[in-house]
Design a protein around this ligand. Sequence first.
Ligand code: ATR
Length: 279
Amino acid sequence: MSKGPRACVIGWPIEHSRSPLIHGHWLEHHGIEGAYEKVAVAPEDLKRFLSSLAEQGYCGLNVTVPHKEAALSLADEVDEAARAVGAANTLWLEGDKLMASNTDVYGFVTHLDESAPGWRGKNHPVCVLGAGGATRAILKGLIDRGFGDIRLTNRTRQRADALAREFGPAITVYDWKDRQGALEGCGLLINSTSLGMTGAPPLVIDLAPMLDEAIVADIVYAPLETALLRQAQERGLRAVDGLGMLLHQAVPGFEKWFGVRPEVTGELRSRIVADLEAS
Ligand code: ATR
């Protein structure tokens, strides 16, 4: 067993998580004698697992599907981002208290800050596709940055309506069949559905009605260059891939557990891209 601090990622299933690769890269880069493991935890074992972290030698962890909502309710203290999103993905011990945050919000906005500087720009209308867990983090990030005209559309309209009720008047819901109209005059489009992912159906949308200076961001990162991003480039728009959100959301957790703020570098990115291409 490693002598330094130990953290882990838990999920059910957990085999495909890339988090060990990301944190393993940073541990190696910073010469930290710690460990980041992946552990399969069934839903019925979550409570027991979280209440015995210290005995197991863990200082904190990431939680992924299907534990993000339950982890929020099992934590002793929850930060504002996790509360707003309604889910936690990063936990750590402070004394005997279990603290929880949601770093997807940070990951989303930081990735845009770095890959599309000025994205907040003129507060143009934004279109968001989807209404799942990732969408919640994105809406929180957009509202934090002051966007006032967010057009939300989802195949199952009730899920989008529920988000609009929860996140407030900045959000207008469009029917999924009217998503094309929702793009009119938009300066930013974010796909937070699984459409376009390897093995999923394609996302059918024409970017023509968007502003010429618009940005198109996809949360899908397998494939890294989705058909949506290719269409954006062909139309001369700025295209932002989904991998950066995954990499940046890992930064605050690593800092909490291992005491060093790591960087999202080209080297890290290449390592994850190579792994994605190999799988
Ligand atoms: P996550 O929590 O990772 O965001 P999710 O809750 O399964 O995952 O959300 C997936 C999103 O992709 C949802 O917005 C889903 O639409 P529904 O709410 O109608 O299920 C969307 N999605 C998945 N398959 C789709 C399809 N074939 N057409 C349109 N939207 C789809």
